[in-house]
Design a protein around this ligand. Structure first.
Ligand code: C5P
Length: 207
């Protein structure tokens, strides 16, 4: 069964793109960032330490993939905590195991994250690496917060995007990088619709 791997940095637009691609082909979709966020939230909610690998692994192993909801996992502190526990190899192993099991679902799957094409599903049917400049990604994230009625400061959002990139690209285990055979899609100058059409034509050609 086909597996579509979509990777890229924070706020590159891969979430929206992945959901629409999954819908188009009738495939199951897993936003793997939510698995790291849900693990982090469970630790925060339980008052548990973020730097104890054994504790974090236990939480990761007991994660239920069916109830993941970005709306309850979107808080800034959760994203920060997620990227901290995501540097722990044993936490990654536990979550990757669950992600690989998900990738086997019929009739096909779309997984998005940072290491899908390189580590989770190296044999994916098609791999996309979705990027945009840090300035454009910060602007999109800022607009989204304002549109949802929140308050934000562009410089702080930009700094946040930059720090997250640094941590995701710089970690030793499964750093964010395009797989060798990934199709690069830079959405800096594209509307969501244009990015969707570009992704669709790449996927269509591969299926
Ligand atoms: O995608 P999102 O920003 O929600 O992911 C939160 C954090 O989880 C990321 O900053 C990254 O550190 C981590 N992550 C990861 N591998 C993935 C997906 C997310 O390390 N496949």
């Amino acid at each position: 069964m086909p597996t579509i791997a979509i990777d890229g940095p924070a706020a590159a637009g891969k979430g929206t793109l992945s959901r629409r691609i999954a819908e188009l082909y009738g495939f199951h979709h897993l936003d793997t960032g939510l698995t790291y966020r849900a693990t982090a939230k469970a630790l925060l909610d339980g008052g548990l330490p973020l730097d104890d690998e054994a504790v974090a692994v236990e939480v990761a192993r007991n994660l239920d993939l069916s109830g993941l909801d970005r709306a309850v996992l979107s808080a800034h502190e959760i994203g920060e905590a997620a990227s901290k526990i995501a540097v722990m190899p044993a936490v990654r192993r536990a979550l990757v195991e669950a992600q690989r099991a998900f990738a086997l679902r019929q009739p096909g799957t779309v997984l998005d994250g940072r290491d899908i094409g390189t580590v989770v599903c190296p044999d994916a049917t098609v791999k996309l690496f979705v990027t945009a400049s840090p300035e454009v990604r910060a602007r999109r994230r800022y607009d989204e917060i304002i549109a949802n009625g929140g308050k934000a400061d562009y410089d702080a959002v930009y700094e946040d995007v930059r720090r997250r990139d640094e941590r995701d690209m710089g970690r030793a285990d499964s750093p964010l990088r395009p797989a060798e055979n990934a199709h690069l899609l830079d959405t800096s100058e594209m509307s969501i619709e244009a990015a969707f059409l570009a992704a669709k034509s790449i996927v269509d050609a591969a299926l």
